[in-house]
Design a binder for this molecule. Structure first.
Ligand code: PEP
Ligand code: MG
Length: 325
């Protein structure tokens, strides 16, 4: 597997027609970080902060969290890291956190909903992130944002923590970029207001697709029922890419969809220029990028987005074969 990770380490992620595609990794534990360097990735597109919380016996305090986040940044050796605030609840349970049973946990009290209802928890995490990033860049995003107002409420907590840190004479991060994950369909129609507020957006396609198709992402009976390459989904993704580009907001996608070369090709054809995936997938996606003509695939796809197909998979496979991708 090491050979697989490093296979395209020194290859630049640039398409045949000169488009630079940023390829990043999804990380949950410190031991994942060497893989980012080994894969020749651009940075950490998604650091799932709940993962270290899940493997502990109790809730880590501010100092413990700051230590951990500092290590993440140190080991990234100057490559950017996007920290996602806690996404617990739903299928991600903390063994020391008692939850009330919910009928639909994926649509339940999870992620930013907990963070806003229990602001002390989120503020502690933000304080730890600010301290870990003193004098360096902080990139932070909030999961499961459903409305612009929710993003603003979360950002207000960050601003309060920044003020607090200033008032006690702490050193602030050099540059702060604040983003939202786009995982809840309702947010798509709020892109005009959201894009005025965020520095970047990252599409969480695992949750977004589960809500778009109304299918539980963990239900094996439904796993093959709908396809991420459905023309409606791709049209939705194209709309997101167009709106963010028009507003000058950075866009990325960090769900499983980014990790398969064919899906990644389709995403690039929809306007995505930054993807985040497990380190193991980076070399395969990078090889695809290097053999792709972005202008041509964009053109090819725009003719298909209003088709009635269950999936554009076959047509995209055929295109890739014919054009040597
Ligand atoms: C997603 O929903 O696509 C995502 C990246 O977040 P997670 O898989 O952690 O819910
Ligand atoms: Mg998600």
């Amino acid at each position: 597997r090491w050979e697989e990770i490093t296979a395209a380490r020194d290859v630049a992620s640039v398409s045949l027609d000169g488009h630079r595609i940023s390829l990043n990794v999804n990380v949950g534990l410190l031991i994942d970080l060497p893989h980012m360097h080994a894969a020749g990735a651009d940075g950490v597109g998604l650091y799932r902060t709940e993962v270290p919380f899940m493997v502990r016996q109790s809730f880590p305090g501010v100092a413990d969290q700051a230590d951990l986040y500092r290590k993440v940044i140190d080991r990234s050796e100057g490559k950017p890291v996007v920290f996602r605030t806690l996404d617990v609840g739903g299928d991600k349970v903390l063994p020391y956190w008692s939850t009330v049973a919910e009928e639909n946990p994926a649509m339940g009290w999870r992620a930013i909903r907990i963070g806003l209802d229990r602001p002390a928890l989120l503020r502690q995490q933000l304080r730890a992130l600010i301290r870990a990033c003193e004098g360096r860049d902080l990139n932070v995003m909030f999961p499961m944002i459903a409305e612009t107002a929710e993003f603003l409420a979360a950002k207000a907590l960050l601003d309060r923590e920044l003020e607090r840190e200033t008032s006690i004479g702490g050193i602030l991060p050099k540059k702060i970029r604040v983003g939202a994950m786009l995982e809840v369909p309702a947010l798509v129609w709020q892109l005009p207001s959201l894009c005025r507020e965020v520095d970047f957006l990252s599409v969480g396609s695992n949750d977004l697709l589960q809500f778009v198709f109304a299918t539980d992402r963990g239900n094996t009976r439904l796993a093959r029922r709908y396809d991420a390459l459905n023309p409606g989904v791709l049209k939705l993704l194209r709309t997101i890419a167009d709106s963010t580009a028009a507003a000058g907001v950075d866009l990325s996608l960090c769900g499983d969809m980014a990790a398969q070369p064919l899906e990644a090709m389709a995403l690039i054809g929809c306007g995505f220029r930054s993807l985040s995936m497990p380190a193991l997938q980076v070399s395969a996606v990078k090889k695809m990028v290097c053999s792709l003509d972005v202008a041509q695939v964009t053109d090819f796809m725009s003719g298909l987005l209003d088709e009635a197909d269950h999936s554009l998979r076959e047509k995209l496979e055929e295109y890739a074969k014919k054009s040597g991708v």
